[in-house]
Design a protein around this ligand. Structure first.
Ligand code: NAD
Ligand code: MG
Length: 282
C-alpha cells in the first residue's frame, strides 16, 4: 500500500478553486475505461465545476453523456471541466448562478432542455460548510445559508426537472458520512446532509412507480476545494479512518456512474459509502 502523504497547509475562501490546490485532486484514474454506459444521456450536475462534481462530470462524459454544469462563480474551474468533457468527445453547457434562488434553478433546467432537448440524470451535489466548534457560534445567518444552499436546491432542481424525467432516468444526491456518524464541528452542515438522506429515501418511494430511481452517495473525506476553503488545518485531513488517508474525487465518480446507469436498475433509495472503511450502517 502507498504511504499516506501529508497535504501542505493552504487556505482559500469559499467557493474554493481547484486550479489553486496543491496538489490538484485526481479527477479520473488513468485506466478508467468507458464502455458507453451513459451513451446518449444528458446529465445535469450542480457543483460540477470542481471536486466530486467535476469527477462525476468527466466519468459521465467518458461513458457517453452530454453534461450541464451548474456552479456559483468559479469560471476558471468550470472552463477547465468543460475542456475535459470536450476531450472525451462530449458537449458541456456551463451555467453560473446561485442555487439558493428557485428562479435560477428553474431557468437552469430550462436552459439545459433548450440546449440538449432532454435531461436523464440529475446530480444534486453543490454545498457549503462553515465549521464551528461551539453551538453558540452558529448564527442564524450561517444556519440559513447552510440549509438554503445544501438542501433547498435539491427540492427546487428536482421539482423543475421532474416534468422532463422518464422511466429509467435517475437522480443522485450527495450526502456525507457526517449524516450517519455526526460531526462535532459541522453541526449545521451534517444536519443538511441528514436531510438529504431522508429526502432521497422519501423521493425514491414517491418516484418508484414512475421507474425513476433516486439514490445517493455519502462520501467521507475527499480532497476537494471545499476542504481547503473551509478547514484551517489540512495536513491531518482524512487520516482518521481505517484506510488512514483521504480519498480522491477519482475514487468517488465511478459510484455515480453505477447509480446513473442501467447496471443499478433495481436499486433505489440507497446510499453508497465511500469513506475509507468507516462502518456507519446503511
Ligand atoms: P467543491 O467545492 O468542489 O464543490 C461544491 C460546489 O458547490 C462548488 O464548486 C460551488 O460552485 C457549488 N456551490 C456552492 N454554493 C453554491 C450556490 N449557492 N449556487 C451554486 N453552486 C454553489 O467541493 P466538493 O467537496 O466536491 O463538494 C461536493 C459535494 O460533496 C458537496 O455536497 C459536499 O457536501 C459533499 N461532500 C464532500 C466531502 C469532502 O470531503 N470533500 C465529504 C462529504 C461530502
Ligand atoms: Mg467549485
Amino acid at each position: 500500500m502507498k504511504k499516506t502523504k501529508t497535504f501542505p497547509e493552504q487556505k482559500q475562501n469559499l467557493p474554493g478553486n481547484e486550479y489553486l490546490m496543491k496538489p490538484e485532486p485526481e479527477i479520473i484514474k488513468e485506466n478508467y475505461a468507458g464502455s458507453g454506459k451513459l451513451l446518449g444521456k444528458v446529465a445535469f450536475i450542480t457543483g460540477g465545476d470542481s471536486g466530486i462534481g467535476r469527477s462525476v462530470a468527466v466519468h459521465f462524459a467518458r461513458e457517453g453523456a452530454n453534461i450541464a454544469i451548474i456552479y456559483l462563480k468559479e469560471d476558471k474551474d468550470a472552463q477547465i471541466t468543460k475542456e475535459l468533457i470536450e476531450k472525451e468527445g462530449q458537449q458541456c453547457l456551463l451555467i453560473s448562478g446561485d442555487l439558493k434562488d428557485e428562479k435560477f434553478c428553474k431557468s437552469a433546467i430550462k436552459t439545459c432542455i433548450k440546449t440538449f432537448s432532454k435531461i436523464n440524470i440529475i446530480v444534486n451535489n453543490a454545498a457549503v460548510q462553515f465549521p464551528q466548534n461551539e453551538l453558540e457560534k452558529i448564527t442564524a445567518v450561517q444556519l440559513q445559508k447552510t440549509f438554503e444552499t445544501n438542501i433547498y436546491p435539491y427540492f427546487y432542481i428536482t421539482k423543475a426537472a421532474l416534468p422532463f424525467l422518464n422511466k429509467g432516468d435517475s437522480i443522485i444526491n450527495t450526502s456525507s458520512v457526517t449524516a450517519y456518524r455526526g460531526s462535532e464541528h459541522l453541526l449545521d452542515y451534517s444536519s443538511t446532509k441528514g436531510a438529504i438522506l431522508s429526502f432521497t429515501r422519501s423521493l425514491s418511494t414517491m418516484l418508484a412507480k414512475k421507474q425513476i430511481r433516486v439514490n445517493g452517495v455519502a462520501p467521507g473525506p475527499i480532497w476537494t476545494p471545499l476542504i481547503v476553503a473551509t478547514f484551517d488545518k489540512i495536513s491531518d485531513f482524512g487520516k482518521d479512518n481505517p484506510m488512514g488517508r483521504p480519498g480522491q474525487p477519482s475514487e468517488v465518480g465511478p459510484a455515480y456512474v453505477f447509480l446513473a446507469s442501467d447496471d443499478s436498475s433495481y436499486i433505489t433509495g440507497q446510499f453508497i459509502h465511500i469513506n475509507g472503511g468507516e462502518l456507519i450502517g446503511s
